[in-house]
Each structure stands twice: as C-alpha cells, then as structure tokens.
Design a protein around this ligand. Sequence first.
Ligand code: PMP
Length: 435
Amino acid sequence: MTTDLDAYWMPFTANRQFKKAPRLLSKASGMHFWTPEGREVLDGIAGLWCVNAGHARPKIVEAIRAQALELDFAPPFNMAHPKAFELAERLVQLTPAGLNKVFYTNSGSESVETALKMAIAYHRARGEGSRTRLIGRERGYHGVNFGGISVGGMVANRKMFGSMLTGVDHIRHTHDPARNAFSIGQPQHGAELADDLERLVALHDASTIAAVIVEPVAGSTGVLLPPQGYLERLRAICDKHGILLIFDEVITGFGRTGAPFAAQRFGVTPDLMTVAKGLTNGCVPMGAVFAKQHIHDVFMNGPEHLIEFFHGYTYSGHPLACAAALGTLDTYAEEGLLTRASEMEAYFADALHSLKGLPHVIDIRNIGLVGGIELAPIDGSPGKRAFDIFLECWERGVLIRTTGDTVALSPPLIISKTHVDQIVGTLADALKRAG
Ligand code: PMP
C-alpha cells in the first residue's frame, strides 16, 4: 500500500494535519476495518453512514463480480438493461405507499439536485411555472453540489462558494436543547417550529414556492430528531399550499431508524424522497429519487416523442450499481436488517444515555441505530473537543464520527450488544480521559 500522500487531495479533510498522522484503512469485513499494520477497528459509523449490512458481504461482492463479467456498462439514455428494471420493482416494494417511481443517480448529492430539478419541472409542466422557490432548513445537509449547498443550512459548506442559487429560503432548525436535552427518541417540544414555513409562505406567496426539503433526522449536522408532530405539521402546511415535500433520506434510508425509511417510522409520506448510501451498502456509488405516481404522470402528459425530464447521468442505473443494490436488498431481506434497528433501539438507547453525567456531555439524542452525543465546545475552538474524542477512540480501536462538537454513531445494522458495549465503553473511557 502506498504511503506517499503527496498527490492525493483529500475531500473534507485537513490535508496538512492528516499527512502528519495519517489514518489508513486497508481491509474490512463485517463490523470491522483493519489498518495496514493489522490493527482491528470496530466500525461505529457504518463507514460513512452507509455500510448498513456490514462490510464485504458475500452476496453483494458476488453480484458485482458476476455483473462485471456479464455487462460492464450500458448507455442509460434511450437504452436500458434488465437489472435497472428489476431493481426499481424491488425498491418500490419497500418505499412508503405511493412513492413508486424510481430515478437513478450516483450519490446523495446528485439525488438532491435531481429532486430539486424534478420539483421545479413538475410545477412548470402543470402550468405553474412561477413555483421556482426552494425552501431548505437551517442545519440541513443535502450534499455538496450547488443546489444542495443552497438549500442546505451549514455555513461551512456555503461560505467559500459564492452566491448560491437564487430564490432559496430556509425554515428554522429544530435543535432546542433548552427544552429537549437528553430526550430518548423523538423530543416532545417543537412541533410548532414547522409553522415557520407559514412565515415564508406569507413572505413569498405560495405561488412562488416549488418545494421544501428536509432530512427527517438531520444526520451530518448532529443527529437532530424531529419533535413529535413536527413532520406531520410540515406535511399539512405543504398540502395546504400545494408545495412539494421532499425528504432527504440519504442517511435515514434502508433501515437506519428501524423501518425501511424514516418516512415509515414517522408515518409521514413525502412527495419526493432522495436516497443513496445504504442503497448499495456503500459498495458501489449509487443514489435514487423516489417520486409519487402523480408527479411522474404530470411529466408524461406532454408530446410522446419528447424527453419528459431533461436530466440524467452517464452512470444513472449503472449495471454494477444495480447488481450491488440487488445483492444488498437480498442481504437486508434475508437477515431482517431493515427492521433490526427497532429491535436494537432500546439497548442502544440505554447504552448511549448511560453517558449522561460524563465530562462535557450536554445532550444525547437517538433513534433506531443512530445517535448523537453533544459535547460542550472548548472555548474558541469549536469542534476540537469532539475531534480529540474521535482520535482517542481511533487509538482505542473504535471508529466514530464527529460533526461540530457532536459525536455521531451509526453502526452497521448487524451490530451485536457486545459491539454496542465496546463502542459506548470506549467513548466513556475517552470522555473520562478528556475530562
Ligand atoms: N443528503 C444527506 C442527508 C446526506 O447525509 C448526505 C451525505 N452525508 C448527502 C445528501 C450527500 O451524499 P453524497 O456524499 O453521497 O453526495
């Protein structure tokens, strides 16, 4: 393995700092990674919220291998291959009722761009071309392309990159530790924050608004759960004003919250839904947008010889990605993984909340098999406290993730209770040491 780190410009990484103390992974299986020196590291974040069935699963590996031999590529425009259809059929059996059209992409960021464009084009096709405004939420993360950072609500992702899309606004985020700290599952307070959308409707007029996009559980900005009743209220306001509701389920999709999708867990169905990550168990890049039938139908009303939605990628529905996704869905089904987080939720919640009272812990949040432990920041150095904990856990053989001063956990759904104990025990030791 090369240790020459000079040519590679790493994403979302402090490159100069990394080169002084590189953390390299060279092998993975099940719940674990191994370093080139052979050190075992327990995966507490499913790679990057994506390896939901654990690493190197035989069905997925074999599906990719066989597909590469049989059909390595097929052009996706005006052409197709059988697995693209098969996968779409399989996926719509899992999605919330009505979300039965599948458009393929290659990442979460591309899914977001696709959904935003679909929303605007849908209104235009219905003769409401004035509906172009997009509404996101503060502290939202919707990938790194221009649409995504525009509707997203993370200043670090926006401030370097100029003026963003025009016609974008944001509703308030739902993080309210003063009222909700240490809630187990959905917090009690804050459903009324959804009414912030009414403020934007009053400001801009519904006739200018195409869609609202939110993550049902905001992952990358600290595992922020929707207060009880919040998503229902957002849905009702969208319905009242003819605004499309988009759920970004790139993290929450494929079993993370205890149901196949968070929409099912929370009982609220969006009009469009974006996914990626767990779709292929992180094995091959792939994303998708799910659309309601009536949205699709509007596109199909134009002249038959014209392309209805002028959008797509060279690698949309790539044969290797489709094969990987089919192998992934088989693995999820055979092992009951799409509902396993609901079986593990109580144990995981107890373990996480046992960290309450340890140094610097100011909030703990959880649902299914995803959790956030928020730490008090070091004065003048936001994010440093959590990153120090990350480094300590890495040294102790557990991979976690940090965002700001929140430690995020999102382990593979195959996790055992012993693994939960190891992750939380390691975190507890690291926190005590940091104290
Ligand atoms: N949306 C959400 C909710 C995400 O969490 C992410 C990635 N963490 C993305 C979009 C972007 O996905 P990708 O990195 O695959 O482009």
